[in-house]
Write a protein that binds this ligand. Structure first.
Ligand code: NAD
Length: 699
């Protein structure tokens, strides 16, 4: 079927856009639209034109499948189509339903009349990709809904229902019944009443005090949009719509767009957008791989993670059988779940009856017999291989054939866990992040024998419970934690060498992380990494100890939960207060190690921490633990607070230039790093740098 079908209904021509799923304005559709408009222009029997989307959707905007391909820029561009629409001599009526966003809305704005289903989702979301609407949207929308409403919409990228615009000339009529019939009837009225062609460009934007308004708006937008440049450029374009003639305004819009598309922030946001889409693709697991049905879930352990994991499924309407060791632990687990819901109800985010509906899906138990009919069970017991062994042997005994057996382990060997069962093909890692009902990231750990349909089922299930799933191979810490271990290690080493926790946190937070490594560790609990460190000391007796971190933990300074860690905390407060006790520990260790402290610049701190992520990430990529660099970036953006406008560690390295990254690593080595072997660039990094390539090649 052609991307735009042309039909004639009496004296009205209809162009129906057909480019599933959302009528993205790809090359074929743009071509079809242009041909349709020209055909209607030539046909003297046609008095008006209706533009409508097939399958209940007007248009979701640009066709993202064309991004980074020559088709994206091929003529006719959206500008050309819009210019044709705007200047055609027959009235064009947009018939709008479903979705009308981005370039789709800009197309509708260039039509002369608009008839909409009131439920249509309307937005100009370009700002979310660090851009502005670049096909006239910043000039036409203010002319229809006023400068202030248009600015709010464009700067926030918010989606609104069409009915919200009742009373404004954005929509000339609302269709409650059959959209095409009502649009045709509207077109006939336009013809009969000989209504003039109403071009939005000819309207002006009235505002009583534009200078004062834009002065105020500029301050508000600047305050909330740091460090993103797009919102202010959106503002400049809308301001031009008010202050300048239409064509001048278009020039401001165009210049803003061309500027923004080159900014690192926009590149990073677009990278994140595509990373999210790429992550669901697994090269040897085709999209049509059959999946197993998950109607009932079991969770083992109702502690921090188990209760959070449970909530995800209850929210999705999937019943959960929660198993604990004893009555007391079970009560605590149920209490953990209920507390989250009651808290939400208190904040008005949930109705009390909804709390009960969700809780009714929770079946607490102490008996493995109750797990006989679950389709998936997720284990979240203590991080101890012996406890995991007991649990998986038992699950193997009781679970029905075909049930998926998942572990939430953070660091243990999934293949070993799978070997405790006679069905390693059904075993997979589902690594949630804390708090599991809030954090979007889910690392899906593929064991050596995990079946393809089990992997496909996990990826699909992640969507059901609204998680961003990324596939990881088996290694200590998988992708995210293996890398963060190296990052934290650098932070700790810098304390020995001369930096303070505050200085490191400040530098990392200025780089854009939500929290520096020491504040983060105090929040997560310093005992968590201590526990892992002790295991590593045992496994690798030759490895360098981290005496400051160990001493902090030996003193019971586990972080916020004990009122002290790398900082101290007042009772009931979370703000970190620098603690002379910590300075004393640091000085003591430096003396013992014979280190003369030196000064660190903020850039050095960032290089040490962030490039540690990059080097470990490169190893992970080369070992095939991650499928692609953008998967690593996605993990860091969704699970570790990496600044979104920097696009993730591997993308950041690409922007720095890999040769520069390698050079900085050399400098770190030359400075006398205590573990110089780590700063040997990973072979993949060295090779890409030499070849002038990037980790993320398509950028
Ligand atoms: P937790 O101590 O809060 O909870 C563990 C729960 O398991 C306890 O309620 C305990 O009673 C129960 N349990 C222990 N043995 C059991 C058994 N044999 N049968 C049934 N229940 C049993 O621990 P957590 O922080 O929730 O961690 C659980 C798992 O999740 C660990 O493997 C951990 O590595 C992993 N994990 C933790 C985090 C985190 O940030 N806490 C993040 C990701 C993954």
């Amino acid at each position: 079927m052609s991307a735009a079908q042309y039909e004639v209904h009496g004296d009205v021509a209809v162009i129906k856009m057909h480019n599933p799923p959302v009528n993205g304005l790809g090359y074929e559709l743009r071509r079809g639209l242009l041909d349709g408009i020209r055909q209607a222009e030539k046909d003297s029997a046609v008095k008006a034109l209706v533009l409508i989307g097939a399958d209940g959707v007007f248009s979701g905007g640009a066709d993202i499948r064309e991004f980074n391909t020559p088709k994206m820029l091929a003529e006719p561009s959206l500008h050309t189509v819009i210019n044709y629409l705007d200047t055609t001599n027959k009235p064009v009526i947009a018939a709008i339903d479903g979705v009308c966003m981005g370039g789709g809305l800009e197309l509708a704005l260039a039509c002369h009349y608009r008839v909409a289903d009131p439920k249509t989702q309307v937005a100009l979301p370009e700002v979310k990709l660090g851009l502005l609407p670049g096909a006239g949207g910043t000039q036409r929308l203010p002319r229809l809904i006023g400068a202030e409403a248009a600015l709010n919409m464009i700067v926030s990228g918010v989606t609104l229902p069409a009915k919200q615009f009742k009373g404004s000339p954005l929509f000339d009529a609302y269709a409650e019944g059959n959209l095409l019939e009502e649009a045709l009837a509207f077109a006939r009225r336009v013809i009969e009443e000989k209504r003039p062609i109403r071009r939005v460009r000819d309207l002006s934007v009235a505002h009583p005090k534009p200078e004062a308004y834009f002065l105020f708006a500029r301050q508000s937008v600047a305050a909330v949009s740091k460090p993103y440049p797009a919102p202010l450029k959106c503002l400049e374009a809308v301001e031009a719509a008010v202050m300048k003639p239409f064509d001048e305004g278009l020039k401001v819009e165009r210049a803003g767009f061309l500027h923004l598309i080159q900014t690192d922030e926009s590149k990073a946001l677009r990278h994140a957008f595509f990373a999210e889409r790429a992550a669901s693709k697994i090269p040897d697991v085709p999209a049509d791989t059959p999946t197993r049905e998950i109607k009932k879930v079991g969770v083992i352990g109702g502690g921090t993670m188990g209760s959070g994991i449970t909530i995800n499924f209850l929210n999705a309407g999937i019943p959960v059988t929660l198993l604990e060791m004893n009555e007391q632990a079970l009560e605590r687990g149920i209490g953990n779940v209920r507390r989250v819901y009651e808290d939400r109800a208190k904040r008005g985010k949930m109705k009390p009856e909804e709390v009960e509906q969700r809780m009714a899906l929770l079946h607490p138990t102490l008996s493995y017999d109750d797990l006989r009919d679950v389709d998936l069970v997720i284990e979240a017991v203590f991080e101890d291989i012996n406890v995991k062994e007991q649990v998986f042997r038992k699950l193997d005994e009781v679970c029905k054939p075909g049930a998926i057996l998942a572990s939430n382990t953070s660091t243990l060997d999934l293949n070993k866990i799978a070997s405790f069962t006679k069905r390693p093909q059904d075993v997979i890692g589902l690594h949630f992040f804390s708090p599991a009902h809030v954090m979007r990231l889910l690392e899906v750990v593929r064991g050596a024998q995990t079946a393809k349909d089990v992997l496909a089922t996990a990826m699909k299930l992640a969507k059901t419970i609204k998680k961003t799933a990324v596939v990881a191979g088996v290694c200590d810490g998988f992708i995210g934690n293996r890398m963060i271990a190296r990052y934290s290690r650098e932070a700790m080493l810098m304390l020995e060498e001369g930096a303070s926790p505050q200085q490191v946190d400040r530098a990392i937070e200025a780089f854009g992380f939500a929290m520096g490594p020491f504040r983060m560790s105090d929040l997560a609990g310093n005992d968590v990494s201590w526990f892992i460190r002790k295991r590593h000391y045992e496994e690798h007796p030759e490895m360098k100890r981290l005496p400051i971190a160990d001493r902090i933990c030996e003193l019971g300074r586990f972080g916020q939960k004990t009122g002290a860690g790398y900082y101290r905390y007042e009772p009931g407060r979370r703000d970190p207060i620098p603690d002379p006790e910590v300075d004393k520990i640091i000085e003591e260790v430096r003396r013992e190690l014979g280190i003369t402290p030196r000064k660190f610049t903020a850039q050095e701190i960032v290089d040490r921490c962030v490039l540690a992520l990059v080097n470990e990430g490169a190893k992970i990529l080369e070992e095939g633990i991650a499928l692609r660099a953008s998967d690593i970036d996605l993990i860091y953006l969704t699970g570790y607070g990496f600044p979104v406008y920097r696009g993730g560690p591997m993308f950041y390295a690409d922007l720095c230039g890999l040769l520069n990254v390698v050079r900085t690593m050399e400098k770190i080595r030359e400075q006398g790093h205590p573990e110089p072997q780590f700063w040997e660039p990973a072979p993949l990094l060295a090779r890409l740098a030499e070849e002038g390539k990037k980790f993320n090649e398509s950028e």
